[in-house]
Design a protein around this ligand. Structure first.
Ligand SMILES: Cc1cc2nc3c(=O)[nH]c(=O)nc-3n(C[C@H](O)[C@H](O)[C@H](O)COP(=O)(O)OP(=O)(O)OC[C@H]3O[C@@H](n4cnc5c(N)ncnc54)[C@H](O)[C@@H]3O)c2cc1C
Length: 557
């Protein structure tokens, strides 16, 4: 099935989702007979066309390739091209009580890909709605449909609006809308996507079309530029939720600076994390650092530089030993931790930020090494982000879309390349307290050791908190490994309860249990969301189970 027009991305999609995969078990939506379901599929076909109603092996494109055990298998996928088709699909789904699972490009890997939380749901994939509706160079924003990828937006800006650098994540095959709605992030100054969205348009379960914020005023010129609103802000109702189907989103883009500098701070030992984080927190809070630094441990740094393979460093099973870790450090010139961030502005501003950073870092971590590299436009020409990307391999800091970092997931595959690379994420939030973060990371690292997995961490340093993204790389064809990963994820969840931590994003498998952490006043938050859900979606057809919110009165779990 042709998902992307760019051959490189289409091949990556096919090798990740389809090639070498077993056919899926055939399932029906819960409580729906085969005959009724055939009538539903016929109705969908009459709305979107036969080619855009997917069943059989085509459904592999709409799964979680990292959990290939039929646990989250859809019954079908339906791919509308416009709002009218979405509304017609909703009418059918409401009439027959068919659960739909909305995704945009469905690349939510580590958190469930395109697969539904409720087995047998129909995936509502919006990948065909792929228009960039507006890019405004003067005001620095874009308005996009759900099928627009980061790749599309980056190419568009380079060709048509070169004074703007969009935020892009590590792999640019995903949807700007999908990633933003799941609170994903990129790495430049507008990298925290949901902080930089400015209005959504959404279809509700009853087919009504709404716009939020200033967009709610027909034709208002402030729609995509002002987050000030009149009355309650309801934009958040569509973030990580199952309350609507987002059909447009406005997102802010970063202006191209005169000069750019990439900075990497290295500290030698695991224990140095406490002081490193205190330094980063101070610099980020004081806005000396303008983007959210990426903190990586030695394995994560090696992966993002050159797509390392674990078998190069250790043949035996079990977590990588000290010798192997030292070998990685030597090969890639790394310390145990590195923190990567960037400066944007005039040369004077960039150098002033560097000077202040050097002072703060040497105060907290006197033995840290700091590498930096300045880029300026040549001969009065503006900065060329492609040149920066070719030198630093950090396209994600300068708005250049790439997909080669997808190779990271093959880290744990055997030497002969057999199997399918996969990873599972566990992502708790921590306040900036260097000691607490160090204690948590130490506890998590011990759990990795006990479960025989390599401890890999790529964390994000925000102004007042830190997200620890624990990535576990494995071969999803190896059932034993896949089971062990689940045990490790459960152990991390249990341990995080002891620390009173909550996660910002969750894999389908852990959505209910992580929702359970939000337990103030006997789960008042969940009750509120369920009340809103029941009011907006009385038949409970939109993404049941998303983030652990289920429609009341249905026996669907
Ligand atoms: C090696 C690797 C590196 C990664 N690096 C990053 C990274 O740097 N940054 C990052 O953020 N993530 C990263 N990820 C995770 C993930 O791949 C991305 O977040 C990806 O962009 C999510 O997929 P998508 O954009 O296609 O969203 P989708 O899968 O389409 O959507 C995500 C979720 O949002 C909701 N949703 C989507 N569309 C709609 C809609 N129209 N209306 C209502 N709800 C909707 C659904 O609940 C859906 O499950 C990485 C993954 C891997 C494997």
């Amino acid at each position: 099935m042709q998902f992307y027009k760019e051959p490189e991305i289409q091949n990556l999609h096919a090798s990740t989702f389809v090639e070498g995969r077993q056919s899926l078990e055939r399932v029906l939506p819960p409580g729906v007979s085969n005959d009724s379901f055939q009538r539903v599929l016929d109705a969908f076909r009459s709305i979107v066309g036969t080619g855009n109603t997917k069943t059989g092996d085509d459904l592999l494109n709409f799964t979680d390739p990292f959990t290939p055990n039929n646990q989250f298998t859809p019954s079908a996928a339906v791919c509308p091209a416009n709002i009218a088709e979405i509304q017609a699909i909703l009418e059918v789904a409401n009439k027959h009580s068919i659960p739909l699972w909305t995704c945009s490009r469905g690349k939510n890997l580590g958190y469930g890909g395109a697969a539904p939380r409720l087995k047998g749901s129909v995936v509502l994939s919006l990948y065909r709605m792929s228009h960039i509706l507006e890019v405004n160079e003067k005001l620095g924003y874009a308005v996009v449909e759900p099928g627009v990828t980061f790749w599309d937006l980056s190419q568009y800006c380079m060709d048509t609006a070169p004074s703007l650098w969009p935020s892009v994540p590590f792999i640019s095959w995903g949807s700007v809308v999908g990633n933003t709605l799941d609170r994903g992030f990129g790495y430049n100054m507008v990298g925290c996507h949901y902080e930089h969205m400015c209005g959504v348009e959404a279809v509700l379960a009853n087919g009504d079309l709404v716009r939020t914020g200033q967009w709610a005023a027909e034709g208002a010129p402030t729609g995509p530029v002002s987050r000030q609103s009149f009355g309650p802000s309801v934009e958040g109702l569509f973030v990580q939720s199952n309350l609507g189907i987002v059909t447009k989103l406005a997102i802010w883009l970063q202006p191209r600076p005169e000069s750019y500098m990439n900075v990497v701070v290295h500290v030698h030992d695991f224990e140095d994390i406490e002081e490193l984080l205190e330094a980063m927190a101070e610099l980020r809070r004081d806005e000396i650092i303008q983007n959210d630094p990426l903190l990586s441990n030695v394995i994560a740094s090696a992966l993002s530089q050159g797509v390392a393979k674990r078998s190069e460093f250790q043949q035996s099973d079990g977590a990588l030993g000290e010798e192997a870790i030292e070998e990685i450090k030597r090969k890639y010139g790394l310390a145990y931790w590195s923190c990567n961030f960037d400066f944007y502005g005039t040369k004077e501003m960039v150098l002033a930020r560097l000077k202040k950073s050097q002072e703060v870092i040497s105060k907290w971590c006197p033995t840290a090494r700091l590498d930096h590299r300045l880029f300026e436009g040549e001969a009065d020409q503006p900065l060329d982000p492609k040149v920066i990307e070719s030198v630093t391999v950090k396209g994600e800091s300068v708005g250049v879309a790439t997909v080669w970092k997808a190779g990271m997931i093959n880290y744990a595959l055997p030497d002969d390349g057999s199997g399918h690379g996969a990873h599972s994420d566990f992502a708790p939030l921590l306040p900036f307290n260097g000691r607490l973060v160090k204690d948590w990371l130490q506890a998590a690292k011990s759990l990795y050791g006990e479960h025989d997995f390599d401890f890999l961490l790529g964390g994000h340093v925000f102004r007042r908190h830190f997200i620890a993204i624990h990535q576990t790389m494995y071969n999803s064809d190896d059932e034993g490994q896949a089971r062990r990963v689940n045990r490790l994820m459960d152990a991390l969840e249990k341990k995080s309860r002891e620390y009173l931590l909550t996660n910002y994003r969750a894999h389908l498998r852990q959505m209910d249990i992580l929702q359970d952490h939000y337990n103030f006043n006997n789960h008042a938050y969940k009750r509120l969301l369920q009340t809103v859900k029941d009011a907006l979606d009385p038949r409970g057809i939109l993404s049941p189970g998303k983030q652990g919110i289920w429609p009341r009165g249905k026996e669907w779990k």
